[in-house]
Design a protein. Sequence first.
Length: 389
Amino acid sequence: MKHAPRLYDVVLEFIRQCPWSDWRHAVVFTWMVIGLIESGRSNLTHWIKSVETDAVYAQSTQRRFSRWLHNPRVHPRYLYGPLITWALSEWSDETIYLSFDPTMLWNRFCVMRLSVVYRGRAIPVIWRVLEHGSSSVKLAVYQDLLAKAAKFMPPGKKVVFLADRGFGDHQLMDYLRHTLGWQFRIRLKPKCLFHAPGLGWKQFKSYPLKPGEALVFQQIRLFKRYPVEQVNVIFAREATSGELWLIVSSEPVGLKTLEEYGLRFDIEENFLDDKSNGFNWEKSGLRDPLALSRLCLVLAVTTLYLTLQGTAVVEASRRRWVDVHTYRGMSYLKIGWQWVTSYVRKGWSLFTPAPLKTNRDPDPAMASRKQDLAQRLRLEFQVFRVKTS
């Protein structure tokens, strides 16, 4: 395969900034990334055809990949930290949004991942794989992940933490605000208790909302048993589906709070890319949490590299070389993936990866103008402020 060494050299150069303790680990890792890109499968057997080595038997190459994934000397967080720090080093936005969410594999492993929101998708920052039959995990299990992720953030930026209602926890809110210095937007359950002067203790669900209405509560107390002081909440009913949205924020709330919380769903797209919409994560055949964590490193580096390629393709006004849509209909990851595939097959030039600059999208994804209008109408609300004495 004449193209393989060329792509091999490019990927190897990209991962040089990872602090490899043994350069042979970097070589194997490079072939794994290439195998994932070319096969679209997180399966060792499917990677073999992309590799060019002196090994004669396919089993030898497969065994080499397996040894790497089970090697205790390979530390994903240690290797990936410098790479994601570099990727965020030139971030120009005032705010950086981090989405935190778990996903389950085979109802046996819980993968907890913190990702940076980027133009409709999310790029992994840090993760942990647990042999745990539920996605409900206590703060003590992942608190150190947040502390380590804080070291990867660009200095001087406001960090906003986004999470679903499974993380509506008083300890987490205090830790984010008072220890890490992060802001947060976290979804709550409508039965949640709050206290405000003149109102006493009430449940949010006691306020009936019509579709398209929203209530804002500023500077209130949450939770009766373990109170969280001086937080702000917006309670809204979505106009078309009637779904209730209850978002607690460490900063004053308004309609922008709902838009910010909506960015949380980008991590679900990231998980979808790892699974059925991209890398077929669940076909890996791995059943060891540490090996799965190292596989997450392969997925994360591949996601980052392809997203950087996709960003460069759009900036060079070459998106329509690989995207058939008039408006952008593919994610930056998929654009980069198509471009790298075309590089392999057609001999196109690859772009030199550059750090991420901004979450502002110069070419927003849009299936159609009609669908885009319907999406924006869903977020229109009539806002009322609840008066407290």
